[in-house]
Design a protein around this ligand. Structure first.
Ligand code: GGG
Length: 357
């Protein structure tokens, strides 16, 4: 029987609560299918680790992770560690270190989850946002000098390479091609960002020539927020730069009901390194320890992990369990319910165990 090795990094705040729920769901679905087993090694890296070691993960952290089939990540960020230190020291260090250049963010209104969009419910919003995950505004280029002087200066350089754009564009077109609508919306800000973003548009046109069966259109990122809100059914697959994709997917999560249900996959499409799966949300210290964090995003991310491993049947079973539990009204407070993290996770696990038995 196939055994998959998963590295779990719960990280900070509610990351620890939702990853526990997701691992239980993974265990339940692997037992139910009887086709594979999962062995999990947990890494206590994050802000607590930083406070005692001065680094978010050990120097050889990537080397330790490389031997796994996938990484299951919780959240990063703590009130007493600067956010740029915690983010760059762990999550971005893994994404960049493993060149996980495709960040895939499915967004749907799940049955039973209220959306803030007037008159919209399950089925009315079904998108996949592909966020470029290795360069752009998050390249890490820039610097700060003349500190504490009147002419103190900081630069944050957005780096766009032909290779980086071409590979994410090709990935997005391929993904769009697999979906029913076969429609890709390319988001830029090429009226104002007249170098990198104009190159995005140019390379999108070039790559599109290889995908005549995929309908495409272009949006400026500001206008895109309006279209997402007012005409959600006009969108399907969306590709955007690192920062634009980050912002749009938070909006998307909120429009689908809550960031608490939004998952994400950091993929190395060439499989040179393990890919990483996580909820979009951060550590949410305001609710950490209260037992009310929504585990659905983390469990949905576990579905993405299973799909990536080629366990599509198990991924579908787990997704169906999520949908049935939401539809049955077992919901945490962020989506209008009063269930706890544990109650939602238990309902998903019971649903998997009871399926067709
Ligand atoms: N689970 C995702 C997470 O912890 N995100 C924290 C964060 O601030 N991310 C910024 C980003 O995605 O660029």
């Amino acid at each position: 029987m196939q055994n998959y090795r998963i590295a779990a990094i719960p990280g900070d705040g509610i990351g620890r609560e939702v990853i526990g729920a997701g691992l239980s769901a993974l265990d339940a679905v692997s037992r139910r299918t009887g086709r594979f087993t999962i062995s999990v090694e947990e890494f206590a890296w994050g802000s607590e680790f930083y406070k005692s070691h001065g680094v978010m993960m050990p120097r050889d952290g990537l080397k330790q992770l490389r031997r796994f089939d996938a990484i299951y990540f919780g959240a990063v960020g703590s009130p007493d560690v600067p956010d740029h230190v915690s983010l760059w020291g762990l999550r971005l260090a893994i994404c960049q270190g493993f060149d996980q250049y495709a960040n895939v963010r499915p967004v749907r209104i799940l049955p039973g989850i209220p959306s803030p969009l007037r008159g919209k419910g399950a089925g009315d919003l079904d998108w996949v946002i592909v966020r470029e995950n290795s360069e752009g505004e998050y390249s890490g280029h820039g610097g700060r000098s003349h500190r504490r002087m009147r002419h103190e200066v900081a630069t944050e350089t957005a780096v766009f390479t032909r290779e980086g754009i071409e590979r994410i564009m090709r990935f997005a077109f391929q993904l769009a091609r697999k979906r029913k609508a076969r429609h890709l919306t390319i988001v830029t800000k090429s009226n104002a960002q007249r170098h990198g973003m104009v190159m995005w548009d140019k390379i999108a046109d070039e790559v599109a020539a290889d995908f005549p069966d995929v309908r495409r259109d272009r949006m400026l990122v500001d206008a895109m927020t309006v279209r997402m809100t007012l005409e959600p059914e006009s969108l399907d697959t969306i590709v955007a730069s690192n920062l634009h994709g980050d912002i749009l997917s938070d909006l998307a999560g909120a429009l689908a009901g809550s960031l608490g249900i939004a998952p994400t996959a950091n993929i190395d499409p060439e499989n040179r390194s393990p890919s990483m799966f996580e909820p979009i949300h951060g550590s949410a210290f305001d609710i950490a320890g209260k037992g009310i964090a929504n585990p659905i995003a983390a469990i949905w991310a576990a579905c993405q992990l299973l799909e990536h491993l080629g366990e599509n049947g198990a991924a579908s079973e787990l997704m169906l369990a999520i949908e049935e539990v939401c539809a049955a009204g077992v919901r945490t407070p962020d989506v209008g319910g009063n269930a706890t993290t544990e109650e939602v996770a238990s309902a998903v696990i019971d649903n998997i165990r009871d399926a067709n038995s």
